[in-house]
Design a protein around this ligand. Structure first.
Ligand code: AMP
Length: 547
């Protein structure tokens, strides 16, 4: 027997039409490339999105067409999210930090028909000029006054919208229709495309609103430092309007001082981003002596947050919520532990609990398996590769059968490449990326564990552990560190500092100081680049003159 309920296809545009009605005084505050701060409400945004939709159709774009964006976090980028998907086309967000070669590859692979580019990024398009896909229409996201003098045949965004009507009858289509495309910044081979649907995007927004109630609260201001070009800014352009929040869009200046000033003037309540960004903000807060006024909630994800960072923000009275996820998961898969779960814990216990990746969101399922694919228990101790399943997880990579074949098991679960434990209470702890583990004498050493403890040393500001080849042990860990000040801790200091937490054989064989750690296009520490930089590195015991 079937239920007797209506079926309405889920559409992304319905989030914005809802927000415009339900939260008419909320909206977007954006730092613009033109140099000023722009404010708008959801009703005004909806009207502009309708004009954009007419303009897109005027360019000959429609259902299934891929429309690329090359832009920072700002209101025009937000309009494209809704306008492009609203007409059934696919919003393909391109990461401006990608090397030119990868950018060329994905524009081509996606088969983009138009490219909307921020004023400050037009140089990237000019550099690619001879390699742009044939027929790609470039649109500069600015007004007539600020249109750059460029050799590219480009249209002006505000000109396109100027004479279009402010209302539209949004088309209906099946909810499985593609809406967004984001390529992972692949560590090997070409980037791989995750193609989100209206259904997966709306469900993800609902799941995140339900799963992150402490961060998403009506009338508050939310700052996505995570870029709109990286997995839809973790879905915030959908969750913020759905939850009745105003989004503060930081534009292109993401250093600690710029973020601090913006957060202070715009009363940001919750801010979301990767640990490297929060390291900058943390240093700025320490310099100024107090956090920005009104700042109470920090969501950190994309990479493991060091314990010292979590403790520092918690000590300032800012609640840290660590979320784990992947581009292939829309991306959020977990929520940090809610305050209620931690209310009787000591400060140290709270920080320890927040080191984990939290618990799964409703709709996401976890499976831990060994190398043979045998399912392992969720006992908090047994470590294996984490597989996931759910309505917000990719079912294939876009146009890439080889990558697809390698990513799923026989039952259709997606292999994350993360090595993890899951507790009986559902707590997920990411032990490492399978590629980042160090295998010494047949035993695994977690680079994340070593990094976490080493970063707590007062002499170390940031660090990364990489595996280097060893003739006897296969691999040994080496600590690459950015010093916190003039004094540099010795390897013996570090060993002494970490001795309580590790067996002797797990401790790094060397410490090498660098001025800064290389970052990936999404702002995480790039172990791949580090491994390349250390290709000729020789462990101390094999250096000339060593005993
Ligand atoms: P991306 O697709 O670029 O978002 O990268 C996804 C990967 O980032 C995951 O597979 C994890 O290895 C890592 N990651 C994301 N969030 C966390 C977290 N909270 N803790 C540890 N690793 C994380």
């Amino acid at each position: 027997m079937q239920g007797l309920m209506m079926h309405r296809d889920l559409r992304i545009i319905d989030i914005l039409t809802f927000a415009a009605e339900a939260f008419p005084d909320q909206g977007l505050i954006s730092v613009r490339d033109e140099g000023d701060l722009h404010r708008t409400t959801y009703p005004e945004t909806l009207a502009r999105v309708a004009r954009l939709a007419h303009a897109l159709r005027g360019l000959g774009l429609g259902v299934g067409d891929r429309v690329a964006t090359l832009a920072w976090n700002g209101y025009r980028h937000f309009e494209l999210y809704y306008g492009v998907s609203g007409i059934g086309a696919v919003c393909h967000t391109v990461n401006p930090r990608l090397p030119a070669e990868q950018m060329r590859y994905i524009l081509d692979h996606a088969g983009d028909r138009a490219l909307f580019v921020d004023l400050s990024l037009i140089g990237l398009v000019e550099a690619l000029r001879d390699d742009l896909p044939v027929g790609l229409q470039v649109v500069v996201m600015t007004d007539r006054t600020h249109m750059p003098d460029t050799a590219i045949d480009a249209l002006c965004y505000e000109d396109l919208l100027a004479d279009e009507p402010e209302a539209i009858d949004w088309p209906e289509f099946p909810e499985e229709t593609a809406a967004g495309l984001c390529y992972t910044s692949g560590t090997t081979g070409h980037p791989k495309g995750a193609l989100y649907s209206h259904r997966s995007t709306v469900l993800h927004a609902l799941m995140v609103v339900a799963g992150h109630p402490q961060s998403l609260a009506v009338g508050r201001h939310a700052l996505p430092v995570v870029p709109l070009f990286h997995v839809n800014a973790w879905g915030m352009p959908y969750t913020a309007p759905l939850a009745g929040m105003t989004m503060v869009m930081p534009g292109r200046h993401l250093d600690g001082a710029s973020l601090y000033d913006l957060m202070q003037t715009e009363q940001v309540y919750t801010a979301w981003g990767v640990p490297t960004v929060w390291a900058g903000l943390q240093a700025e807060i320490e310099k100024r002596g107090a956090p920005p006024a009104g700042f109470e909630d920090l969501v950190v994800g994309g990479a493991a947050a060091p314990r010292a960072m979590i403790a520092a923000f918690e000590e300032m009275g800012i609640k840290v919520n660590q979320a784990w996820g992947m581009t292939e998961m829309s991306p959020i898969g977990t929520r940090g532990l809610l305050p209620a779960a931690l209310k009787d814990a000591t400060f140290d216990e709270q920080v320890d609990a927040k080191m984990g990746a939290g618990r799964r969101l409703f709709g996401v399922e976890f499976k831990i398996v060994d190398d043979d694919g045998t399912v392992l228990p969720h006992d908090g101790e047994t470590t294996g590769e984490l597989y996931v399943r759910g309505n917000t997880v990719v079912s294939a990579y876009y146009g890439n059968d080889t990558a697809t074949a390698a990513a799923f098991d026989a039952e259709g679960w997606f292999g994350t490449g993360d090595v993890a434990t899951v507790g009986p209470d559902g707590r997920l702890i990411i032990r490492d990326r399978s590629k980042d583990l160090v295998k010494s004498g047949g035993e695994w050493i977690s680079s994340i564990d070593l990094e976490n403890h080493a970063t707590a040393h007062p002499g170390i500001r940031a660090c990364a552990v990489i595996a280097v080849p060893h003739p006897k042990w296969d691999e040994r860990p080496v600590l690459v560190a950015v010093p916190a000040g003039e004094a540099r801790p010795t390897l013996e200091d570090i060993h002494g500092f970490m001795a309580d937490h590790f067996a002797k054989w797990q401790l790094p064989d060397d410490i090498v100081f660098v001025d800064e750690l290389p970052l990936t296009a999404t702002g995480k520490v790039s172990k791949l680049t580090l491994r390349k930089q250390f290709a000729d590195y020789v462990l101390p015991e094999f250096r000339e003159g060593s005993a």
